[in-house]
Design a protein around this ligand. Sequence first.
Ligand code: SF4
Length: 612
Amino acid sequence: MPLFNRKRSERRANTPGNPLSTKTLCPYCGVGCGLEVFPPARPGRKVTRDSEGKPIWQAVGNKAHPSSKGQVCIKGASVGESINKSRLEVPMMRETLDPPFRTVSWDEAFTRITQDIQKTIVNRGPNAICMYGSGQFQTEDYYTAQKLIKGCIGTNNFDANSRLCMSSAVAGYIQSFGSDGPPCCYDDLEATDCAFLIGTITAECHPIVFNRLKKHHKKKKDVKMIVVDPRRTETAKHADLHLAIKPGTDIALLNGIAYLLIRWNKHDPMFIDYCTDGFTEYAQVVNDYPPERVAELCGISEQEVRLAAKFWSRAQNVLSLWSMGVNQSTEGTAKVRTIINLHLMTGNIGRAGAGPFSLTGQPNAMGGREAGGLAHILPGYRLVKNPDHRQVVEKAWQLPPGSISPVPGLAAWDMMLALEREEVGVMWIAATNPAVSMPDIKRTQTALLKSPFTICQDAYYPTETAAYAHVVLPAAQWGEASGVMTNSERVVNYCPAFRDPVGQAKPDWAIFAEVGKRLGFEQQFGFADAAEVYDEFVQLTAGRLCDMSGLSHERLAKTGPIQWPAPEKPPPISLINGCIPTTSFRQKTAEPSLRPSISKGSPSHRMNASLW
Ligand code: SF4
């Protein structure tokens, strides 16, 4: 049983082409389309300028990119227009929020930041320091921030805006499989015979993914597309079956499909016995979801429930796709687990065209997961709660045992609540704009006002969040800092800098590293460049599910994007081709999460897979 559905070959997206152009990744969304970027001035072409008169870099799709094959949507095609305007070029500071900022040197800004962090650690402890980062970070930025906050400062209060985006998918994968990481890839779109889209408006939010699926659906008459969405979206218009369920009834529908599949004997007993545990308890939960009850709960007809189950039962390979409609929900994790359960009971996983596939929203939310960029995780898909995981990371970071706290840090919203309670001494916000993007915006803004010291690190100024900051730091924008990003299908992309940072802007990782050095961790942050940061990070993935120990900036620049796992040395028994039930990824002891009724929550029993 293959662990991951993989592309047949490593394709070369950065092969020499136009010497003037740079092959990179679109910085907008998790689809991760390859771009070829050209400088504004090219022989025989007139220079295009933006409204400020600044020359615009031009972007086109990179035909050699394995994920997008040259396709690009309007956002990617017009990305050059976004990198000049309203840029923050110098560090600025003020003592309180009332006066205007004054320009300061980097040295003055770093001194103030270092002093405030040291003062806060002494007076209130490390847990009074919070950093709120971003799915727009490159992996090197994420990694350096983890080392600074979790390793050197000693708090796990690092979270990212991807918490509001796909952390339910992370939790669902971990609870069902024992580890994070979508087991699918985009080539599955053309290998499936039933696409099950739930809580995703793929046509608008992941247009390039949807184009591939739409083409396949149109070409192969037997391929079915089911769309579950309360609204008649553009995506739903292309479906063979649109299930316009009442909002919040996804779990009832999923369990109702499972009910029928079990009754029709369309589950996969061999797969269940060999690769999973917990099926008996799961079947008991599902037993409460006969089609007539599900139809009533979901506000659709019984016939529609039966048709959905029929499409599932007749397909050789079912591919589920979901995004924020599932993830951004009060019971998002339970919904993810319930989708995965359907795949496990039918054995629809681990082969071409089949599997549960979460589509990430942000360009490097996946890289963030790999680098430990949420409050409960550490680099290499490790958990802060796991003593062995902490020990490995502490050793790699040359820090004394016990440096990393065993307690998960504050998640994004909890940071706002901690600000409200005046428990935060330093609030560091980087590459995101919570004053406008957090839920309950008025409450968020009031909470931000209570921060005694806020650092806002951004490429742009003014922003809504900068209004709440005491220090603003100019960060290099996409295209001005070399680094790596991973897209939704685990394809790792090198994004080289193709122009100099504006003004005094610095890469995010370099800002974190400088603060680390000034806090006394010279040895830990002596990176000469982003390539060295990446080299150190990938060593921490060796032997892990997201093994990227065989990757480097140099290799990615030479060969183009590569899908992980990409180990330095292939394992003795192939992790890719073998179903290896190892204790490292298996989750035998997980508690079943039975819930009594749908009105009380999520009757989504966790069925654990022993795929690894
Ligand atoms: S689909 Fe996403 S990654 Fe692709 S070009 Fe559009 S915004 Fe960029």
